[in-house]
Ligand binder design. Structure first.
Ligand code: AMP
Length: 112
């Protein structure tokens, strides 16, 4: 999709520090990491959020989770947090579905 920064990373048009890629997903490091491991897992196809991805491409939706687990294991983490922000009101700033994988430090609950 035109003007989508994550579509451009998936297409290799702008740089991203890719750590894992599958048929349907790409995982790359967040530019502004909030934990020692902060990786974004995105579907190659453009959807605005997690629910739209689940409705439109359930296989890619599942693959986001298996990719995140593989990256966590690659980086040596048994404990990690997965987050989908959905909507500007809770902090979504990029409207291409992305799963945050956060790990490597203690975390509190509820999140801020
Ligand atoms: P969200 O606020 O849930 O929409 O998350 C968007 C995330 O994308 C933020 O954590 C940003 O730091 C991250 N981000 C924005 N642009 C880039 C980029 N070019 N490469 C990697 N991460 C990015």
């Amino acid at each position: 999709m035109e003007d989508c920064i994550f579509c451009k990373i998936v297409a290799g048009e702008i740089p991203g520090e890719v750590v894992h890629a599958t048929e349907r997903t790409v995982a790359f490091r967040d530019l502004n990491p909030q934990a020692p491991t902060h990786v974004l897992v995105v579907p190659r196809r453009h959807f605005a959020n997690a629910a739209e991805l689940a409705a439109g491409d359930p296989e890619a939706s599942a693959e986001l989770l298996t990719t995140a687990a593989a990256v966590a294991a690659d980086e040596g983490h048994d404990d990690y947090r997965l987050v989908f922000n959905t909507g500007a009101g809770v902090g979504q700033t990029v409207f291409h579905t992305h799963l945050h994988l956060l790990a490597g430090r203690p975390m509190t609950w509820p999140p801020g």
